[in-house]
Design a protein around this ligand. Structure first.
Ligand SMILES: NC(=O)c1ccc[n+]([C@@H]2O[C@H](COP(=O)([O-])OP(=O)(O)OC[C@H]3O[C@@H](n4cnc5c(N)ncnc54)[C@H](O)[C@@H]3O)[C@@H](O)[C@H]2O)c1
Length: 266
């Protein structure tokens, strides 16, 4: 698909922008004319994404951001406004699955532990990054978007925010929080023309799912549950982000866009 210019003159912050869905969203937003602030805790990968965007003629900067730190959010939005003059779009894609990051191949369907095995520390970490990070980003973005006359916040939840499964309950809970938080924020800020929507990906090939998909048995179970017969690509999700970020969705707020190859249709 040839890039159009569906985000001309807009400014976007993309968290988790160093990898997977966030990185592809940053690339797609840039291809459609937005200036991008790529944020992550993985500085080297974030700088690489910015380099790719610039090599393709786009405008982007990388800024380190731990989404759980409110002071870092305050500094980030201030710098964004100082640099680009406004903020129109925020995509909260930073996330953690709860899987042991040292595990290269997932050996069990439940990589994060059953509820009885879950430590409070791990629960708090998953909730902090996935749910609290989305809250803090939304909170920080609202004043700038109000000054810009409106904006679009796109929160990456998951099918795990809609249905339960054998997988990590903390991850499900955090993504459920993102889903319903987005609806509440949408209602509170509709009068400011700030739209808030959530996206619910199914199984997408990214570094987050790579250890699971490296185990043929787990990959097969997930594939069998996906009627369209393939895992998603980051581009599949980024195109949904593009729609919700653009003015084409100007009457869409508080909605949940499921992009899952049909997995939750039955
Ligand atoms: N891949 C999937 O199948 C899938 C499915 C449903 C939902 N999601 C969600 O999509 C989002 C993107 O995931 P992905 O698959 O691209 O994974 P990914 O691991 O490729 O990307 C996640 C990014 O978030 C960053 N991150 C982690 N903690 C952070 C923090 N505290 N502050 C800032 N950045 C942090 C990581 O460094 C990484 O770059 C996540 O919220 C994930 O839960 C993914």
């Amino acid at each position: 698909m040839e890039p159009g210019k569906r985000l001309t003159d807009k400014v976007a912050i993309v968290t988790g922008g160093a990898s997977g869905i966030g990185a592809e969203t940053a690339r797609v937003f840039s291809a459609h004319g937005a200036s991008i602030v790529v944020c992550d805790v993985n500085d080297a990968a974030g700088e690489t994404v910015v380099g790719e965007i610039e090599a393709n003629g786009g405008t982007a900067i990388y800024r380190p951001l731990n989404v759980t730190d409110e002071a870092q959010w305050t500094a980030l939005v201030t710098e964004t406004e100082d640099t680009f003059g406004q903020l129109d779009i925020l995509t909260n894609s930073a996330g953690v699955s709860g899987r042991d990051p040292k595990q290269n191949i997932q050996t069990t369907l439940n990589a994060g532990g059953l509820v009885e095995e879950q430590t409070l520390e791990k629960w708090n970490h998953i909730m902090a990054v996935n749910a609290t990070g989305t809250f803090l980003g939304t909170k920080a973005a609202i004043p700038l978007m109000r000054r810009a006359g409106g904006g679009s916040i796109v929160n990456i939840s998951s099918i795990c925010g809609i249905i339960g499964s054998f997988a990590n309950a903390a991850y499900h809970a955090s993504k459920g929080a993102v889903r319903i938080f987005s609806k509440s924020a949408a209602i509170q800020y509709a009068s400011d023309h700030i739209r808030v929507n959530s996206i619910h990906p199914g199984f997408v090939d990214t570094p987050m799912t790579a250890p699971g998909h490296a185990n043929p048995e787990i990959a097969q179970i997930r594939m069998d549950a996906t009627p369209l017969g393939r895992f998603g690509t980051p581009r599949d999700i980024a195109m949904g982000c593009l729609y919700l970020a653009s003015d084409e969705s100007s009457w869409v707020t508080g909605s949940e866009l499921v992009i899952d190859g049909g997995m939750t249709a039955s």
